[in-house]
Ligand binder design. Structure first.
Ligand code: ADP
Length: 759
């Protein structure tokens, strides 16, 4: 008996199978082949065990047969008989195979008529199938030989692309009916594939045809995918990588379903399609997000304060407020707390303290810039139907942070603007709303994400341009700017060491004196924050780093002279006070988003007919203040009233404050007009701020700390402020209060008397 190992073919009884002579002979030893000799065909599990003839590599069911014909053109025909159980397979040194076997009986559960019907159906289908191809004629020869489904399977087997296990499953099936069904499935499936490939598809409406077709397409796809995978191993690794990432990500149900949908599309599209880049990006994005909920940890308040103090000088009120917030978060065991809005001039430390808070909390930090954002989709993401669609900035920030609970600084919320593409502010509202942000749905992601553990901190230069509903959600904390003394400490303790470190300068070699820093602060910067100061220090260190590099032994001492020599900038005009005082000109104080400013209110009477001309940035806003001022001056100086009738009045406010701050120039305007009509010159070192009512009372203004600091910077010696603002003086740095004489006033006349206009 000859044992013939086979692989990758369908074996069934009562069929002629064609073998290569050498394949059969190899196992027949030297005896040669004789027609009528008994053989047993055993099925290898895979191509390896077929090649290597390992005894474990064979399935337990084979089929017996006999040699029908030995053809001298190189093939042997084996006719198959009954199925056998094979055991004890042994491979000899000469590669001969021995085994023991027992017959395996069929379950006779198929009637003759069913069998006949199935065969006829199959043959008809096969004829139809063959007719679509140009080998239809030669197919007829084969078809005529087929008198059982099993034969059909054997004949078609070499062309069929189905896995070895499925081929074997047909052989191993004991029920004849089931076996026939398996064969039908395989053959109809194969023919469908053939049709699809040949594009000779006819529309078959019958239900089972449809089912076969579906399976066929699937198989075909799997096959093509396998081929594609072999061509592009990198794609396989991506897909496997994503599969693994999706499984491990801990995504919610909706997100996982969406990701799997996209992954399936990617599998089908392959890496070469136009869409695959987008699909890849999507998967990369969602699997890169953290979907795990982080535990809220208890924060040691003392340590947190230490961290805040380490990173930033001063800002005590701000730090106190932050510590309170952390304490509340500790108590409530939550991670987000209320939303803080830091408001102040640039360079006052708003953004960098956000980073510091993250450090104090031991959380990740991420900054999202909102300046210039005018599309809703910038916040909420673009729908993926757009080419180049991207997630919104908030989700992008979360992605960058790699966690679900970062401290997120939303920078410049006052610079959001609405456009025809929707309102980014309302999208932001949703992000910040604790009621809804646990299911925030970015359009790009298209699935909800929980933002409720994110600690949001917003920054702005002014609250004026923040929409009311948004502002209501946040708790405003003012950063009012630094005094020169504070700036000196910030420079000495933070900016200089940081800058030296960045330039690689050893602190041992270079010493920056306080005088030098003071010089930079007073002569080379004019700002509320310390951003310009930092830039100047960086420039200085960069220039000096070159010197250090050329002569490492040299010790450098940075004195005011060195500063003048090395800083590549023109010193700022020291005294900005008017050099030639004139009647009708008075120094006012203004608040701007970048800090306080001093400004000159200039007035002039020219021949005319009593008209009022207002020029300068605040034109319209000043009109009302100007009317009030004129009326007041007319009543205070009744004898000068006709001056306004005979002349045109020209008011000019050269430097810009924000429009809302316009009225707070009321007192300065009234004083300037009084000075004009009386000819009494007001000392330009005296500044004033305050609204004026028609009764002559001076009323409350905003931004007092910024205004006073600007006055101090400009060299003002005396300032008049409204009585009502006395309370705000507690927020003004002592050194400012020490340098400037601050006088509170309740009536216009108080100022006019104090400046000598009224006796
Ligand atoms: P803002 O966000 O208010 O415009 P930044 O936070 O960007 O300002 O600060 C500008 C620079 O000034 C940063 O390098 C920051 O570290 C530094 N800085 C600001 N305030 C302080 C401070 N109080 N102590 C130390 N460094 C400060």
């Amino acid at each position: 008996m000859i044992v013939v190992p086979v692989y990758d073919m369908i074996l069934a009884s009562d069929a002629n199978i064609y073998f290569n002579t050498s394949q059969v002979r190899r196992n027949a030893g030297d005896k040669g082949l004789v027609a009528g000799e008994r053989v047993v065909l055993i099925v290898a599990r895979d191509s390896e065990s077929f090649k290597d003839l390992s005894s474990e590599g064979f399935y337990p069911v084979g089929i017996s047969g006999e040699i029908r014909e030995i053809n001298n053109q190189g093939y042997v025909v084996i006719h198959t008989g009954y199925r056998v159980n094979v055991e004890n397979i042994e491979i000899g040194a000469d590669k001969s195979i021995s085994l023991s076997m027992t017959r395996r009986s069929d379950i006779e559960d198929m009637s003759r008529s069913v069998e006949k019907e199935k065969l006829e159906g199959m043959l008809a289908e096969m004829r139809k199938f063959a007719s679509g191809f140009d080998w239809a004629d030669s197919a007829e020869y084969w078809l005529r030989q087929i008198d059982s489904l099993e034969r059909a399977a054997c004949v078609m087997s070499p062309w069929m692309d189905i896995p070895n296990e499925e081929r074997y499953a047909i052989l191993a099936e004991d029920s004849r009916l089931k076996r026939a069904e398996l064969i039908e499935e395989a053959l109809y499936g194969f023919m469908e594939v053939g049709r699809i490939t040949n594009e000779a598809m006819t529309s078959q409406q019958e239900e089972h045809q449809k089912m076969y077709r579906e399976q066929a397409i699937k198989r075909q796809m799997e096959h093509l995918q396998k081929e594609l995978d072999e061509m592009h191993p990198e794609n396989v690794t991506d897909i496997q990588k994503f599969e693994q990432k999706i499984a491990e990500s801990g995504m919610n149900e909706t997100a996982r379903k969406e990701a799997e949908k996209v992954l399936n599309r990617l599998k089908q599209e392959g890496s070469q399609s136009a869409e695959s880049g987008m699909l890849y990006d999507y998967l990369d994005f969602v699997t890169g997000l953290s979907w795990k909920k982080e535990e809220a940890s208890h924060i040691d308040l003392g340590k947190a304060r230490e961290v805040l103090d380490e990173d930033h000088f001063g800002l005590d009120k701000v730090k106190d407020r932050i510590i309170q917030q952390i304490a509340v978060m500790n108590l409530k065991n939550e991670q987000s707390g209320s939303i803080l809005l830091f408001v102040g001039a640039p360079g006052t430390g708003k953004t960098s303290i956000g980073r510091s808070i993250a450090r104090a909390l031991g959380r990740e930090y991420v900054r999202v810039s909102l300046g210039g954002v005018h599309d809703e989709s910038d916040i909420r993401g673009h729908r993926r139907t757009y080419i180049g669609a991207m997630p919104g900035r908030v989700m992008d920030g979360i992605h960058k942070s790699g966690v679900s609970n970062p401290v997120m600084v939303l920078d410049e919320v006052d610079k959001l603007s609405a456009s025809y593409n929707g309102s980014p502010a309302s999208a932001l509202l949703e992000v910040l709303d604790p009621e809804q942000n646990n299911t925030f749905t970015d359009h790009y992601m298209n699935v909800p994400y929980d933002l409720s553990d994110v600690m949001f901190i917003c920054t702005a230069n002014t609250t004026d341009t923040i929409p009311e509903p948004l502002l209501n959600r946040m708790e405003v904390i003012q950063f009012s700017g630094y005094t020169p003394v504070e700036k000196l400490s910030i420079a000495r303790e933070h900016l200089v060491p940081k800058s030296m470190d960045a330039m690689g300068i050893d602190p041992e070699i270079m010493e920056v004196t306080d005088e030098a820093l003071k010089k930079i602060i007073s002569d080379y910067t004019m700002e509320a924050g310390v951003r310009g100061l930092r830039k100047r220090i960086d420039t200085l260190c960069r220039v000096l780093a070159v010197k250090v590099a050329t002569d490492p032994e040299r010790k450098l001492k940075v004195t005011p002279e060195v500063v003048d020599e090395e800083i590549d900038a023109r010193p700022i005009q020291h005294s900005r006070i008017l050099p030639e005082p004139k009647a009708g000109v008075v120094t006012g104080l203004a608040w701007t988003p970048v800090g306080g400013e001093i400004l000159y209110i200039e007035t002039m009477l020219t021949k005319g007919r009593g008209e009022t001309i207002i020029t300068g940035q605040l034109g319209d806003v000043m009109k009302e203040s100007a009317r009030i001022a004129v009326s007041l001056v007319k009543t205070i100086f009744p004898d000068k009233a006709e001056l306004f009738a005979e002349n045109d009045l020209h008011i000019h406010v050269p430097e810009g404050a924000v429009p809302k701050d316009g009225p707070s120039a009321g007192i300065a305007l009234t004083t300037a007009l009084s000075s004009l009509v009386t000819g009494h010159v007001v000392d330009p070192h005296i500044a004033m701020t305050g609204e004026v009512a028609l009764r002559g009372t001076v009323t409350l203004i905003g931004g007092l700390p910024e205004k006073l600091m600007a006055a101090e910077r400009a060299g003002i010696t005396k300032v008049f402020i409204p009585d009502d603002n006395e309370y705000d003086l507690k927020d003004v740095a002592d050194e400012v209060k020490d340098k400037i004489e601050i006088r509170t006033v309740s009536k216009v006349e108080d100022v006019l008397r104090a400046t000598g206009i009224l006796a």
